[in-house]
Ligand binder design. Structure first.
Ligand code: SF4
Length: 118
């Protein structure tokens, strides 16, 4: 079984063909220009992950706070993470890098602020 994917690790955007067993196990990849593409292909076909970015309201401020996951989280949890973020409220001041939500949904990834709001 083959799957064609595009590497998103850099602007080159190599199109890669991933070879999978009938059980869906990663076998090999072609079309990648560098080892990062091979790592991405294996990850994408076994347990895809994504960084999540969002904005959340700040009490007493008309300016929302931009946040992101500190590390990639399982792609299948994006909706759940966004739902968890929808109920988060923060108070001023906030500094870039502050942990807004620790270990979101047990993913092992914190939600962190990406900007200062004094
Ligand atoms: S395989 Fe390497 S060169 Fe190609 S898009 Fe991925 S990171 Fe960039």
């Amino acid at each position: 079984m083959e799957q064609v994917i595009t590497c998103i690790n850099c602007p080159v955007g190599c199109r890669m063909t991933v070879h999978l067993s009938d059980a869906g196990e990663f076998l090999s990849v072609t079309g990648n220009t560098c080892p990062r593409g091979a790592r991405y292909a294996r990850q994408e076909c076994t347990m895809p992950e994504r960084m999540i970015t969002a904005v959340i309201p700040v009490e007493g401020s008309a300016c929302p706070l931009s946040v992101k996951t500190a590390t990639p989280v399982p792609k299948k949890m994006i909706r759940d993470v966004m739902a968890a973020l929808s109920s988060v409220r923060v108070s001023l001041p906030v500094s870039a890098g502050d942990v807004i939500l620790h270990d979101v949904l047990g993913t092992g990834s914190d939600i962190i602020a990406t900007r200062n709001l004094p």
